[in-house]
Design a binder for this molecule. Structure first.
Ligand SMILES: Nc1ncnc2c1ncn2[C@@H]1O[C@H](COP(=O)(O)OP(=O)(O)OP(=O)(O)O)[C@@H](O)[C@H]1O
Ligand SMILES: [Mg+2]
Length: 373
């Protein structure tokens, strides 16, 4: 459990998600939420500890940046059987996660060697069997095990179809002993895994939304700031910063942390530093440099939440940004395709949106000379 004073517990939401999963007919829940709004924090620091307090085992797998999702899943499931508490497993991780590892073959005698470098295209059959067997060993009808699959949209590609199908089958077979929560920041991607008729997870998971953070989050963060820095911060200023970045917890928290350690800087100066550091750390500048002027303009329209990029509103906004120039419909379409490939935009209820609220705020503040056609 996270005992950091900065962690804002989402206790009510954790209780309602756990009740939904454990006390009813629902076996799976999917949690949508824009990027960097606290999905992972919620799983690890609110939901899992609550589940463990209620004597459920919790397993966490993140599919972000892994080329070998099956191998990683096997590793985490195997570790969960060895160490009951998730906190202990996460602490033990860096030493144990090796490029190749062996696990006791869950079916039959001997050991199974798994390679984290293996390609999803060539999934060995014995490893798919091992997945099923490990999930079987973790299933507990008395206290169902909670399987948390973070960044699940990463499995939307067809090369992972076999793994997705095997997961679905394994979960289906143990309706009584396993429950799953899937999270993702790409609505488009998660929908592709869940809603496509041909995809095996169709109608498996009930969608829930991560509640947005509000006043009580700001109160909590200011309290943590006060305890650490022994200073008070102007509440109005804090609200203004929180709103300016679409209520994003990451930048807000970094700002307070920086203010606490750099009392020599003023509030706005600190915010600029944090913004620049995050843009660098999250690679916004590098993405921006890859975009043509037309693509930047389309990204800007979306960041400004222009509703009809192809309509009159879009035309006017383009003219204002460029000093009178225009873009053809086909150019806008091509720009959207490119932005989507770069994961800059995502479809949100049929509308295109910038996928990350922080990059959205950053794009909105790009100067006019970076948007000239
Ligand atoms: N409950 C919380 N209390 C305090 N800070 C939080 C909380 N939730 C999120 N944050 C802050 O926001 C940051 C991003 O949170 P997190 O990584 O959980 O988001 P995410 O939705 O999983 O993002 P991504 O889409 O990139 O995976 C955290 O590192 C932390 O600084
Ligand atoms: Mg996350």
């Amino acid at each position: 459990m996270n005992t950091s004073p900065w962690h804002f517990p989402r206790a009510d939401f954790a209780r309602s998600v756990l009740t939904l999963l454990m006390d009813g007919p629902i076996q799976g829940v999917s949690l949508f939420g824009p990027r960097r709004m606290g999905k992972t924090q919620f799983l690890l620091n609110d939901l899992a500890p609550l589940a463990e307090r209620k004597r459920h085992r919790a397993v966490y797998v993140s599919f972000m940046q892994t080329g070998a999702p099956l191998a990683l899943t096997l590793f985490e499931l195997d570790l969960a059987l060895k160490h009951r508490k998730l906190g202990r497993r996460l602490n033990a991780r860096p030493g144990e996660l090796k490029a190749r590892f062996s696990l006791k073959a869950p079916v039959g005698p001997g050991e199974l060697t798994v390679d984290l470098g293996q390609s999803p295209r060539e999934l060995p059959g014995d490893q798919l069997l091992a997945l099923d067997a490990l999930l079987g060993a973790l299933a507990d009808p008395g206290h169902p095990t909670l399987i948390m699959l973070d960044e699940f949209q990463e499995l939307a590609d067809t090369e992972n179809a076999e793994l997705v199908a095997a997961l679905r089958t394994a979960l289906d077979k143990r309706r009584d002993g396993l429950r799953a929560i899937f999270t993702g920041s790409s609505v488009d991607g998660l929908n592709r895994v869940f809603s496509t008729r041909s995809a095996p997870f169709f109608r498996f998971a009930t969608p829930v939304d991560l509640p947005p953070l509000g006043e009580d989050f700001v109160d909590h963060q200011l309290k943590a700031f006060g305890e650490i820095s022994k200073r008070m911060l102007d509440r109005e200023k804090a609200d203004e910063v929180f709103e300016r970045f679409e209520r994003n917890p990451l930048i807000f928290q970094r700002w307070l942390m920086m203010l606490a350690v750099r009392p020599d800087l003023d509030e706005d100066g600190t915010l600029e530093l944090v913004r620049a550091a995050l843009a660098e750390e999250l690679g916004f500048e590098a993405i921006w440099l890859k975009l043509s002027p037309g693509q930047r303009i389309v990204a800007r329209l979306l960041a400004q939440r222009v509703e009809q990029v192809y309509g009159e509103e879009g035309r006017d906004a383009i003219a204002t940004l460029t000093g009178g120039a225009s873009l053809q419909t086909s150019e806008i379409q091509a720009a959207l395709r490119r932005l989507r490939r770069l994961d800059v935009v995502d479809r949100w209820d049929k509308d295109w949106r910038i996928s990350d609220p922080l990059i959205e705020a950053w794009i909105k503040e790009r100067p006019a000379e970076e948007l000239r056609l």
